[in-house]
Design a protein around this ligand. Structure first.
Ligand SMILES: [Zn+2]
Length: 267
C-alpha cells in the first residue's frame, strides 16, 4: 500500500520510482509496468516531479512528459486502472490526480500571481502575493444502488452505448450532505423517492478528480420517469436477469454485485 505520511517531501532522486504521464496517458514498460526506476528514462529540465508517497519503502514521484520517450508505450489511464489490484489502483489514481492538479493550478485563483511556493510536507501551493493556499482538488460524487424487493434500478445515461446500464450518480452540490445528494439525484434523474440511504464504499475516480461515494437505498414511491437530456432509459431489473453492467473494477460494478449478494442473503 502507498504510505502518504507527514514527512518532509524529498526531492526527486535516483533510488525512487516514477510514474510517467504523457497527456492523459500513462507510460509503461513491458507487461504494463508503470512504476519506473530512475535509470530507465532520461529526465529533462522542464519536467516537474511531484512526490506521491512511499511504496514498499521506496519514494514514488509522478512526472509529465511532453512527448513519449524511447522504450515506452502509452496506455489509457482507464484501461490501465482496470488491470490493477486495489493498492496499485489507488497509487496510480493518486499520482494522476496530483499531477493534474499541479498542471492545472499554476496561477493564484484570487490575484493571478504564479504559484511558486510549495509546502514542504503537504501538497499545498501558496500564493507569494496574497498567501492564498491551493490544495489538490477532490470532487465528491455520490453513486447509489436502489432495490425494490428483488429488483434493482439500473439506468442508461444519454451518451452510454445501447444496452449498457449503471447506477444513478451525480456530483454533490455546495452545502449539501451526501445523503441529501443521493435523494436529490434519484428524484431528478428518475423521479423516485427512496429511504434507508446507507454508505457502502468509496473509490477515487481520476476523470479528473472525483471521489465516488457509494450507497445502497430502498425504494419508497414513484414511477420511473427518466430526466430528459440526462437519462435515456431506466428500469427495474430482477437480480437474476441483469443487462450489461459496469466493469467489476469500478465502484458501480462492485456496488451492484455487493447489493445482489445482500438481497440474496436476506431471502
Ligand atoms: Zn494570490
Amino acid at each position: 500500500m502507498l504510505e502518504i505520511g507527514t514527512q518532509t517531501h524529498p526531492l526527486p532522486h535516483q533510488d525512487a520510482l516514477y510514474v510517467l504521464l504523457h497527456r492523459n496517458q500513462v507510460l509503461v514498460e513491458q507487461d504494463n509496468l508503470f512504476l519506473i526506476p530512475f535509470t530507465h528514462f532520461q529526465p529533462n529540465s522542464k519536467m516537474s516531479a511531484i512526490y506521491c508517497g512511499q511504496w514498499q519503502g521506496q519514494d514514488v514521484f509522478v512526472c509529465r512528459f511532453e512527448s513519449v520517450p524511447k522504450g515506452f508505450t502509452e496506455v489509457g489511464l482507464r484501461e490501465l486502472l482496470f488491470l490493477q489490484d486495489q493498492d496499485h489502483y489507488l497509487l496510480l489514481s493518486r499520482a494522476h490526480q496530483l499531477s493534474t492538479w499541479d498542471r492545472d493550478h499554476q496561477f493564484c485563483g484570487r490575484c493571478g500571481t504564479p504559484m511558486q511556493e510549495k509546502h514542504i510536507a503537504e501538497h499545498t501551493k501558496i500564493c507569494p502575493t496574497c498567501n492564498l493556499r491551493h490544495y489538490p482538488r477532490i470532487s465528491p460524487c455520490i453513486i447509489v444502488s436502489i432495490c425494490k424487493d428483488d429488483h434493482i434500478l439500473l439506468a442508461r445515461g444519454l451518451h452510454a452505448p445501447k444496452g449498457k446500464f449503471s447506477n444513478i450518480a451525480g456530483f454533490v452540490e455546495a452545502g449539501e450532505t451526501l445523503e441529501q445528494a443521493v435523494a436529490r439525484e434519484v428524484r431528478e434523474e428518475v423521479g423516485l423517492e427512496i429511504t434507508n440511504i446507507r454508505y457502502v464504499d468509496s473509490q477515487p475516480w481520476s476523470f479528473p478528480h472525483q471521489l465516488m461515494v457509494g450507497f445502497f437505498a430502498d425504494y419508497v414511491a414513484g414511477e420511473i420517469t427518466p430526466a430528459p437530456g440526462e437519462i435515456d432509459e431506466a428500469n427495474w431489473y430482477h437480480i437474476d436477469d441483469l443487462p450489461h453492467i459496469p466493469n467489476s473494477a469500478t465502484i458501480s460494478g462492485q456496488l451492484i454485485t455487493h447489493h445482489i449478494a445482500h438481497i440474496n442473503n436476506k431471502k
